[in-house]
Ligand binder design. Structure first.
Ligand code: KIV
Length: 296
């Protein structure tokens, strides 16, 4: 007789182990492990506690409290007016709603470019607000800042390619690293960020083959947005992905739902009910005892 390889109890234990693993809080180290195992990382921007609760249930690995909130929440045309206070406010809300995902807070414009001590203090405030890591845009100009943050115990996610905080210098939101010299520079910057201690790297709007090279030469995971399929993970602005962005969305975005239209329809139905006196219905409302006596 062939001995059974597993007993029912063992299977149950294994299943429980998998469930516990799926529910466990994601740490910085887990992202590198995911890359090593060839598991892709799913990241979305999140700005409030309700969205955090919902997307945590969906099993999103990383929540980015992105400075894109300047555009989709605050209605600005760029991310440049976003303040540290605004990112801190949204980071605190997101972390209140998060049990599993790794929360990364974006460092806004001028919060890390002025001086290294300033950068450490500002990043520290975001960590005190509940973030597990911070994200900074740029390569060699910010290497010293990255080193000092990592020395201070603050994990850093890098960001190369299209840098929205450089929108004026770049003359708009256009694809980067198309020329071989530009691509080489970006690959060197990526290596330097890894050496400086970054634990992962966002690659925004660059050709897929450049992203593939960067992903191949680094041991830290790359997370792409408009950078093709070869990155170790992907990130989208959640408002774009769920159809909540009323402005134009970049061409690489895939819209997974049309929540914007659903909200408009729901709001129309509500307004119609209110105007026709159909909401609220009387039977759902308590009357005072005196009022019910009067009706007898
Ligand atoms: O702020 C943001 O949403 C971002 C993503 C585009 C990566 O930085």
């Amino acid at each position: 007789m062939v001995p059974a390889l597993t007993q029912p109890g063992e299977l149950l234990c294994e299943h429980r182990g998998e469930m516990a693993e799926a529910a466990r809080q994601i740490r910085v180290r887990d992202l590198k492990e995911k890359k090593r195992r060839g598991e892709k990382i799913a990241m979305l921007t999140v700005y409030d506690a309700t969205m955090a609760r919902l997307l945590d249930r969906a099993g999103i690995d990383v929540f980015l409290v992105g400075d894109s909130l300047g555009m989709v929440i605050q209605g600005h045309e760029t991310t440049l007016p976003v303040t540290l206070e605004a990112i801190l406010h949204h980071t605190e809300a997101v972390t209140r709603g998060t049990k599993r995902a790794l929360v990364v807070a974006d460092m806004p414009f001028l919060s890390y470019q002025v001086s290294v001590p300033d950068a450490v203090r500002n990043a520290g405030r975001l960590i005190q607000g509940g973030a597990a890591a911070v994200k900074l845009e740029g390569g060699r100009p910010i290497l010293e800042v990255v080193e000092r943050l990592v020395d201070a115990g603050i994990p850093v996610m890098g960001h190369l390619g299209l840098l929205p905080q450089h929108v004026h210098e770049l003359s708009g939101y256009r694809m980067q690293a198309r020329e071989p010299r530009e691509a080489e520079r970006l690959i060197e910057d990526a290596r330097m960020l890894e050496t400086a201690g970054a634990f992962s790297l966002v690659l925004e709007s660059i050709p897929a083959d450049v992203a593939k090279t960067v992903t191949g030469v680094l041991s830290i995971p790359t997370i792409g947005i408009g950078a093709g399929p070869y990155c170790d993970g992907q990130v989208l602005v959640s408002y774009d992905a769920f159809g909540l962005n009323v402005d134009s969305v970049p061409p690489f975005v895939r819209q997974y739902a049309d929540l914007g239209e659903l909200m408009v329809e729901a709001a129309r139905a509500y307004a119609e009910d209110v105007r026709q006196g159909k909401f609220p219905p009387l039977e759902c409302h308590a009357s005072t005892p005196a009022a019910s006596d009067m009706r007898k």
